[in-house]
Design a protein around this ligand. Structure first.
Ligand code: DTR
Length: 336
């Protein structure tokens, strides 16, 4: 009798323990890698995404974030996600010239003036064209930087001033700066502080929020007021990991994708204004306006780059012409 009672008590105890364990199922953890330092906009948008996913899944999904290249760096980001080193990674397709031929169209000198518009356009183009070059990934979101500007130690008022000047660029902005007769050197953002310090470059082409976020205003003094082009970002997830998620979690992530692109664009546009004010006030940064004649000259140098991109993509059997046509249509639609 006593034995039976003990047995009953033990069984009840274990059932309660088992029930409570299954009721608080361990959260799903996702590892999200990013290459630049935490205060920069790619990492700020990563933290916002992680918070939203946690909120919208009621804590069922926890995103562990790895800023500053602590899990993967820009050079191995996309391959690292394919191999499953990280579940999610954010990087610039422009850092790997040739790998993303159709997506590179967003980085052409097509006159984007702000990041919200270019990010919306880029997201839509990715959805509409579904480029093969990213078919191995689950797309989490896509956005761009704000336009890049020539930012230098010495003033640049003309193509003559730029002649032979070593300027840091990304893969996609290389031609855009080369036709202005500078000497472009392609490198990821994370290599730029040392290159500026050592004098390997005398300036760079990048969006202007890095004056503050990367403290470049301490090393450069002039921004030439001519928007060159935007740089694209792709946030991608390992497909096996994606397929392992339940459909309610997948829905939360899918519902966030375009919203995240727009959020990031708005954040960046506001942040550029803050950064410029700070750099002018704290470090005496100067903005240089080009004369109308000089502006026209820069535009003339850039036009053939767009034409050549269309020719090259079409020659590869890619819909470059249709992509560009749609880019201009969406740009006009979102700029209203
Ligand atoms: N303009 C690209 C991308 C970029 C813009 N701001 C940041 C901050 C941190 C990393 C990359 C970027 C570039 O120049 O690399």
């Amino acid at each position: 009798m006593k034995k039976q009672l003990y047995l009953k008590i033990i069984i009840t105890f274990f059932s309660i323990a088992l029930l409570s364990v299954s009721a608080v199922a361990a959260p799903i953890k996702l590892r999200y890698a990013n290459f630049p330092p935490a205060p920069t906009f790619p990492c700020v948008q990563m933290e916002r995404w992680a918070d939203e996913v946690k909120k919208r899944t009621d804590g069922k999904v926890i995103v562990d974030t790895f800023p500053g290249g602590t899990l993967l760096q820009s050079r191995n980001m996309f391959d690292g996600v394919l191999k499953g080193v990280a579940d999610i990674g954010s990087s610039c397709p422009a850092y790997e010239p040739g790998r993303f031929p159709l997506l590179s169209g967003i980085g052409l000198p097509v006159g984007f003036l702000n990041c919200e518009v270019s990010s919306r356009v880029f997201w839509r183009l990715t959805q509409e064209f579904k480029p093969k070059e990213i078919a191995d990934f689950k797309i989490i979101t896509m956005f761009t930087s704000a336009p890049s500007y020539i930012t230098t130690k010495d003033p640049v008022r003309s193509i003559e001033d730029l002649k032979g000047m070593p300027i840091r660029v990304t893969g996609d902005t290389l031609e855009i700066v080369k036709v202005l007769e500078a000497s472009p050197i392609s490198m990821p953002m994370t290599d730029l502080p040392e290159a500026l310090q050592k004098g390997v470059v005398k300036g760079y082409a990048a969006s202007r929020e890095v004056l503050m976020d990367m403290k470049f205003a301490e090393m450069v003094k002039y921004v030439t007021d001519y928007p060159l082009a935007t740089v694209s970002f792709a946030v991608v997830m390992n497909k096996e990991k994606w397929n392992s998620l339940s459909s309610d979690v997948q829905k939360v992530i899918d519902d966030l994708s375009e919203e995240q692109a727009i959020w990031t664009g708005k954040y960046m546009d506001n942040h550029v204004v803050k950064s410029l004010n700070w750099a002018q006030k704290e470090h005496g940064l100067k903005m240089i306006s080009l004369t109308p004649a000089e502006k026209a000259k820069w535009g003339q140098r850039h036009k053939p780059i767009v034409d050549k991109w269309v020719q090259d993509t079409e020659a590869k059997g890619l819909p470059g012409k249709a992509f560009l046509k749609r880019l201009y249509e969406l740009k006009a639609e979102y700029s209203k």
